[in-house]
Design a protein around this ligand. Structure first.
Ligand SMILES: C[S@@+](CC[C@H](N)C(=O)[O-])C[C@H]1O[C@@H](n2cnc3c(N)ncnc32)[C@H](O)[C@@H]1O
Length: 387
């Protein structure tokens, strides 16, 4: 039997006998092909066995599921044309089909590297922190349809909501001592979808009794959110139309400011620090203040003659110093990307958890400012010197 037919027969048998582990196709056979390799595994879809292909392109992955007979046909077409290498792993043997430059095929059979087939994944509905169904506020905000399905143009926000809740949840788990009835302030709450989602998660998933206050300059958004909160049954959620600079909280356990513009992020951090918030979460937006206060040093001038690089530099310095200044105030900080840049370019998150921080020599921060040619960082002005 010729090698390709023997390979396909082995594949078919492994699928029917339950010895199949996985299959990979590699070494693209067509010049300039964007499809780099394919990885196949067995899944159960609506009670039917299928092969799930992950197609790896240069810049993205795509998943396609095919019933077994159809999948074998697709693989037959790919072998020796789109892919010149195929590796089949079964519990009986590892079998490779390899084509040389003249497209002559050879079959190799080795001892198996897998003892048992992997557990098959099922098409269970995905579990989210925030479920799309039955959440009136998601529908009112235009993220889901009336029957609780995430709309095509709501997907990005829905993913962002769930990623955000996942992060907050993990911070709460790390913290351990976070109060059962916390007061949380969301500064620059905007349309409020993240604020509502957090309230929903704390109340319904974590069984806490939160009070959350959203502070927002725009009256129309505050009215919208205040009308919606009681309809969603969120009695401890309220919104205040105010400049965050003026807001004087009695108590803050968690301070949040997501995409609050420029120095609004600094004001929020300072309010959180002053109130002794246990957790501070900010996702900065624009970085105009430091950009204006930054004069490239002679050493950096040749590189920073490009405006875009000046902007990147301003972002780096603004957020880097924010984290250092928070550490100086006794917060342990983390800086990371919280959603893929494909969802939003504003994806940096700075988290501070009250702890030991890193009380540092003031001259260290001064030196960084001097090295980057920064005359002033607004947060420094707002925070009281430590010690
Ligand atoms: C880009 S939106 C972000 C909204 C929300 N946090 C989110 O991430 O979806 C920023 C919001 O902050 C509000 N804002 C900016 N400066 C503010 C200030 N000084 N006081 C209160 N709200 C402010 C704006 O009106 C805007 O609605």
């Amino acid at each position: 039997m010729e090698p390709k037919s023997a390979f396909l027969q082995n594949l078919q048998e492994s699928l029917s006998e339950g010895t199949f582990v996985k299959l990979t196709l590699s070494k693209p056979g067509r010049k300039g092909s964007d499809l780099k390799n394919v990885y196949a595994r067995l899944v159960e879809l609506k009670g039917e066995t299928a092969l799930s292909f992950t197609l790896r392109y240069a810049t993205k992955d795509e998943t396609k599921n095919h019933p077994i007979a159809e999948a074998l046909g697709v693989i037959d077409l790919w072998l020796g044309e789109d892919f010149l290498n195929a590796d089949l792993f079964t519990t009986q043997a590892d079998i490779s089909l390899q084509y040389n430059r003249k497209r002559k095929a050879r079959l190799f059979r080795r001892k198996p590297t897998h003892e048992a087939p992997p557990a098959r994944s099922h098409d269970k509905p995905k579990q989210y922190f925030i479920e799309p169904k039955g959440n009136a506020y998601l529908h009112a905000m235009g993220i889901t349809s009336a029957n609780g399905k995430v709309k095509a143009d709501g997907q990005r926000k829905f993913r962002q909501i769930n990623k955000y809740i996942e992060i907050v949840d993990s911070l709460l788990q790390q913290h351990g001592n976070f109060p059962q009835q916390p007061h949380i302030v969301d500064m620059g709450s905007g349309k409020g979808y993240l604020t509502f989602a957090l309230y929903d998660h704390l109340l319904n998933n974590r069984k806490q009794q939160p009070t959350i206050t959203g502070i927002e300059l725009r009256d129309n958004l505050v009215d919208f959110c205040n009308t919606l909160a009681p309809k969603a049954g969120f009695t401890g959620l309220q919104f205040v139309a105010q400049d965050i600079f003026e807001y004087q909280p009695a108590r803050i356990d968690m301070l949040i400011a997501l995409h609050a513009c420029d120095i609004a992020t600094d004001i929020a951090i300072a309010k959180g620090v002053d109130a002794g918030a246990e957790i501070i979460i900010v996702a900065p937006c624009c970085h105009k203040q430091v950009r204006k206060a930054m004069q490239a040093t002679d050493a950096l001038q040749p590189m920073l003659r490009h405006g875009i690089l000046q902007e990147r530099q301003a972002e780096l310095v603004t957020d880097g110093l924010r984290a250092l200044l928070m550490e100086e105030q006794g917060y342990d900080t983390k800086v990371f990307e919280f959603v893929s840049t494909a969802h939003t370019p504003k994806n940096l998150m700075i988290v501070g958890i009250k702890g030991n921080g890193n009380p540092r020599d003031r001259r260290e921060i001064d030196r960084i400012k001097a090295d980057f040619g920064v005359s002033e960082h607004y947060l420094e002005r707002l925070l009281l010197p430590v010690g």
